[in-house]
Ligand binder design. Structure first.
Ligand SMILES: O=C(CO)[C@H](O)[C@H](O)COP(=O)(O)O
Ligand SMILES: [Fe+2]
Length: 222
């Protein structure tokens, strides 16, 4: 799969969302990452379905909804109707993870399973065959702008090994603290979609930031 960069809207200027998003997409970002937090699973509140609904049809980018909520099953239909293409939910938050992934697929979206830095990779074993991607958190979920956790590289190796021995090949998305300093190494470690919030929208020019991040990936493409 071609590498995809997913700017996270959490770090964008909400006064000027269109001006933030358009240059990032024009510069080659294929995915827009929408962080949904419920003040319960994580100690922060962010966006509901009105955000993908506002973007649907305005951009060709894939709308990627990252649900950091308890009871994810209650939100699938609304986000799918709002135009989401990918929906990920946390293995820590889903009592019936298998059913939730099926619900996402039935709603016409690609299901992804997300995992916190403190949860053993082995907890994904029963779900690998039932998702299109794994979202490996490289910070503790809840906030943008945090420092990348270095143990993510070891966890990536464990995740690759788990995927290798399964019948399915979900792609790996990494989320949190991604920037020019680590995106190349993450690509080499098997990441095919990197979420980048502050490193895209935290500077002056999102288009330039996207070009720099993609150039790093290109450099590491052996
Ligand atoms: O899921 C998230 C936080 O819970 C965000 O997607 C993530 O933090 C992106 O922001 P940054 O690139 O600034 O770390
Ligand atoms: Fe996220």
């Amino acid at each position: 799969m071609k590498f995809k960069l997913a700017p996270s809207l959490l770090a964008a200027d909400f006064w000027n969302l269109e001006k933030a998003i358009l240059p990032a997409v024009e510069a080659g970002a294929d995915v827009l990452h929408i962080d949904v937090m419920d003040g319960h699973f994580v100690p922060n509140l962010t966006m509901g379905p009105i955000v993908p609904k506002a973007l649907a049809g305005k951009t060709d980018a894939i709308l990627d909804v990252h649900l950091m909520v308890t009871n994810p099953e209650n939100f699938i239909t609304d986000f799918a109707k709002a135009g989401a293409h990918w929906i990920s939910f946390h293995v820590e938050a889903a009592t019936h993870a298998h059913r939730v992934s099926q619900q996402i697929r039935d709603a016409g979206c690609k299901p992804g399973i997300a995992i916190n830095p403190g949860t053993p990779i082995a907890h994904l074993e029963a779900m690998i065959d039932h998702v299109d991607f794994v979202l490996l958190m490289s910070v503790n979920p809840g906030f943008g702008g945090q420092k990348f956790i270095e143990a993510t590289y070891q966890r990536l190796a464990q995740l690759n090994a788990l995927i290798e021995k399964s019948d399915n090949t979900p792609f790996i998305q990494v989320d949190g603290g991604v920037g020019v300093a680590n995106i190349g190494r993450l690509y080499q470690a098997g990441v095919r979609c990197a979420v980048a919030g502050s490193s895209v929208f935290g500077k002056g020019d999102p288009g330039q930031a996207v070009r720099e991040l993609l150039a790093e990936v290109e450099k590491h493409d052996a």
